[in-house]
Ligand binder design. Structure first.
Ligand SMILES: Cc1ncc(C[n+]2csc(CCOP(=O)(O)OP(=O)(O)O)c2C)c(N)n1
Ligand SMILES: [Mg+2]
Length: 607
């Protein structure tokens, strides 16, 4: 056997460089490089290995958490066909990545995490940043990655890489099981040498499977569609990950079935497709929510039915409603007592189109959905052009960005009042042009996430829509965007605090306690100090000018606009369960609790 003597870290980097994936006959280099921050727990191991592999790009970031967010967004925007690895030192550098790991795993995005770990040798313990335990030497802070990783291992001996790495790749390239994968790397072991087999470093291509449905389940799904008179599709993120938009459009054009979209599935159909009812659920449109209310069959495609999608299990009120769930993950396919079709979205949609060539929804139902769509689009036009006196409303800001953006440009957001408003209002024109992180809804995802989306497809302009609260949580990756020449356009909505949680607090009878911000922050000066081009827009007209300027500027641009927080986008016959205090000394809370108990009566079990 031919072998090469290398350190464990060198072997790891050499392996990563040679991994490829294949889907639909197209091959992609899987790893775009490594993100991270060096400390004593990785500089001599991974750091040294990266230095002697300059063809494997290394991007230093400002915070390990945002490195993982960048990696997640890159994977999402690449439909999981490409990924980044993330390196950190031991201790705080490692635990900074845990939030990112949870986000990746919840959103089923492949990210490889390589936290440094304490000495395997142990004779010098406790080392700097080590958490000691009196009951075992075999525990440390990196064990915290276990519940937020799809696969976790600690490499105590350099040869363990040889069996760990194929498992790492199996999970990262799995259409059903992917998420964060953590290899915990003790700092001494990273630098230890071993005679690795040459075969480990040969090019390897991992097939991303398009699983076909089991015949019996498929036949039952077809029969269920045939028997339905008011079917509705819930398109989830799986439609986009599977690149199934065309197949979905062909299926609904043939059958007349309308489509509602979850946050992750938004853009599965172009907004102006006649059967696109837009967002569904707690932040859904009137069109999708009305149809969901009385649907007799819900066909969930690539969705995990989060409470926002199911409106906390109140969206589907037809007493006879049944479900068909198409999902690569058995776990999701079985939800809501559905007929489970454990398979790839695109393949299944193509097969359903062929099997249902004689099926079409009743004309009255088609007319109802067409009418609802027309009404809904008029509502979006109204909200985009409110002509609000004084500061613009947030919906007008969204309208202005939409009018400035090109059809392939990406709108990215994650937390605050923005996801709800965008889910309803953004008119997605092409797949992946709407990038919402709403699995974890993690403040601080937005700026590094936008950089990940930009790296995945530099031909698209990426617009970040975020609030003052989120900006203050992690503006620092702007520095990385300048350093690496990754241009993004950030529209910062300044409403002096947490408008979303403030509104929620008021609806719970708590009057917005603890959600407003008293300090006036100069966001333009702040963004400039980090290297961005920064513009203050006082009016909608100035915002439109600033958006045009941002297109011409070749570096990250931050546009700051103050909005009228009192003008929100309404809800449309939907609800979200946030439990209200059962006892309180405040009348307002008691009244909210009474309303809450009434609303909860609509929550259903599907058994
Ligand atoms: C890391 C993290 N912490 C807390 C929250 C809870 N949270 C959701 S929205 C929000 C406020 C966001 O404020 P801002 O960005 O200004 O948006 P606005 O609500 O004003 O629209 C908070 C604190 C969260 N989603 N993520
Ligand atoms: Mg705010």
């Amino acid at each position: 056997m031919n072998t090469r003597r290398m350190t464990m870290a060198q072997a790891l980097v050499s392996f990563l460089k040679n991994q490829y994936v294949e889907r639909d006959g197209r091959e992609h280099k899987f790893f775009a490089g490594m993100l991270g921050i060096f400390g004593h727990g990785n500089v001599a191991g991974i750091g040294q290995a990266l230095q002697q592999n300059l063809d494997f790009p290394y991007i230093p970031v400002r915070n390990e958490q945002s490195g993982v967010h960048l990696a997640s967004a890159f994977a999402k925007a690449s439909n999981r066909l490409r990924a980044f690895a993330c390196t950190s030192s031991i201790g705080p550098g490692a635990t900074n990545m845990i939030t990112g790991a949870a986000l990746a795993t919840i959103n089923r995005l492949p990210v490889l995490l390589l936290p440094g770990d304490i000495f395997a040798r142990r004779n010098v313990a406790p080392v700097l940043q080590q958490l000691e335990s009196a009951s075992t030497e075999d525990i440390g802070v990196n064990d915290c990655f276990k519940p937020v990783s799809r696969y976790w291992d600690r490499i105590y001996r350099p040869e363990q890489l040889i069996t760990a790495l194929p498992e790492v790749m199996r999970v990262l390239t799995s259409p059903s099981d992917c998420g964060a994968v953590t290899l915990s790397l003790p700092q001494d072991v990273q630098t230890e040498a071993f005679n690795y087999p040459e075969e480990l470093f040969e090019k390897r291509v991992w097939l991303i499977r398009r699983g076909r449905p089991d015949q019996v389940s498929f036949d039952r799904a077809v029969a269920a569609v045939r028997a339905s008179r008011q079917p509705l599709i819930v398109a989830g993120g799986g439609v986009l990950m599977s690149e199934a938009s065309h197949a979905l459009a062909a299926f609904v054009e043939q059958t007349g079935i309308p489509v509602g979209e979850s946050q992750a599935g938004k853009g599965s159909l172009a907004w102006d497709h006649p059967q696109s009812m837009g967002a569904i659920g707690a932040t859904g449109t009137l069109a999708a929510n009305r149809l969901a209310h009385s649907a007799d069959l819900v066909i969930g495609i690539g969705t995990r039915y989060s409470d926002f999608t199911s409106a906390s299990m109140t969206a589907f009120q037809n007493p006879n409603v049944r479900f068909v769930n198409v999902n690569t993950a058995e776990f999701d396919a079985y939800k809501t007592a559905a007929i489970p079709v454990v398979a790839d979205a695109r393949v299944t949609l193509e097969q359903l189109t062929a099997a249902l060539s004689d099926y079409c929804v009743p004309a009255a139902y088609a007319a109802e959905s067409a009418g609802l769509k027309t009404k809904w689009e008029a509502e979006v036009d109204r909200l985009f052009h409110l002509n609000n006196p004084g500061r613009p409303a947030q919906s007008e800001v969204i309208g202005a960005i939409w009018e400035a953006a090109g059809p392939r440009d990406v709108l990215l957001s994650a937390a605050g009042s923005h996801p709800g408003d965008l889910h309803k209002l953004w008119r997605t024109r092409t797949p992946n042009a709407y990038h919402m992180e709403y699995g974890y809804s993690c403040m601080a995802y937005e700026i590094p996430g936008a950089m990940g989306a930009k790296l995945a497809d530099p031909s698209r302009e990426v617009y970040v829509f975020l609030g003052d609260g989120t900006y203050l949580m992690m503006p620092t990756e702007i520095v990385t965007s300048i350093q690496e020449g990754i241009k993004i356009v950030i529209v910062l909505v300044d409403n002096h605090g947490f408008a979303s949680i403030g509104g929620l607090s008021r609806s719970l009878g708590q009057g917005g306690f603890g959600t407003s911000m008293e300090v006036a922050v100069d966001y333009v000066a702040n963004a400039r100090s980090l290297g961005a081009h920064a513009i203050k827009a006082a009016t909608l007209a100035e915002l439109k000018d600033a958006l045009e300027t941002a297109k011409a500027v070749d570096r990250t641009t931050v546009i700051v606009i103050e909005t009228d927080a009192s003008i929100g986008v309404p809800g449309y016959e939907s609800w979200w369960d946030v439990a209200v205090a059962e006892v309180s000394e405040m009348d307002s809370v008691r009244a909210a609790r009474a309303r809450y108990e009434e609303a909860r009566k609509r929550e259903r079990y599907f058994l």
